[in-house]
Design a protein around this ligand. Structure first.
Ligand code: FES
Length: 258
């Protein structure tokens, strides 16, 4: 099969971008979307043209780097599937496919389809960790965790930080990402000492990065490749309200006790 790609090309953050259309060489329908881009890039390089820059690493739905908007949807046509796990057989022979980077002010475009998502790292560094000593794995496992909490914490921990939630949100809100990170630690005993400082610090950093507020449209949940639930945003809001009542400083320091 062949497809016609309409790809966003942009030399750097300062340059204006534009769509470029290219016909692909013959493709196997069982190729992944990223393998298709590899083939297109080999073809472009062979003709002396600049290959399309795109982010990728694990290609197994784990790392969260394959950030592409395909035909207007972050990660493409399927629910609960990352770009790297999307296959060409999901498209028609001869179809025109529009490929764009995430579009949000806190994620500036570096080149073509690659954007800078360090804003997520800075939110994580603001408090998305446990600074108390939890011991080695056997010690940690000796602390009993209610099954319901363990399951919910695992659901939240599935967030791969890809940023699709931001890309899909009309407000460019990062609430689903922050909610997942806050919840997976806040649901476990080891995460309790910094629970309220953490949520205050991470939400404050999210605001400083320029992400918008959540108006609960649900578009984040709809495109999340790990199907992180909106319920975690409700959980974040409850913890954030409690942090305000407690007058938490919004700063997490190593060894801080709650
Ligand atoms: S390349 Fe790692 S999640 Fe897609």
């Amino acid at each position: 099969m062949k497809v016609r790609l309409k790809v966003w090309r942009q030399k750097n953050a300062a340059a204006p971008g534009q769509f470029q259309t290219c016909e692909t060489p013959e493709l196997n329908p069982n190729m992944s979307f990223l393998e298709m881009l590899d083939v297109v890039n080999e073809d472009l390089a062979g003709r002396g043209e600049d290959p399309i820059a795109f982010d990728h690493d694990c290609r197994e739905g784990i790392c969260g780097t394959c950030s592409l908007v395909i035909n207007g949807k972050p990660h493409g046509p399927h629910r609960g599937v990352a770009t790297c796990q999307t296959y060409l057989r999901s498209f028609q022979d001869g179809e025109e496919i529009v490929v764009e980077p995430w579009r949000a002010r806190p994620f500036p475009i570096i080149k073509d389809l690659v954007c800078d998502r360090h804003a997520f790292d800075r939110i994580q560094h603001a408090g998305g960790f446990v600074s108390v000593r939890t011991g080695s794995a056997p010690d940690a496992n000796a602390i009993l965790v209610p099954k319901e909490n363990a399951d919910l914490a695992m659901d939240a921990a599935q967030c791969i930080g890809c940023g699709a939630c931001v890309a899909a949100c009309k407000n460019a809100s990062a609430m689903l990402f922050v909610a997942a990170k806050v919840s997976h630690l806040g649901l476990l005993p080891q995460g309790q000492p910094e629970r309220y400082r953490r949520v205050k610090a991470m939400v404050d950093q999210m605001d400083r990065e320029g992400f918008g507020g959540c108006t609960v449209t649900g578009s984040c949940e709809a495109v999340c490749p790990k199907e992180i639930s909106l319920d975690f945003i409700a959980r974040l809001n409850r913890d954030y309200a409690m942090a305000l009542v407690r007058g938490e400083p919004g700063k997490v320091t190593a060894g801080a006790a709650g």
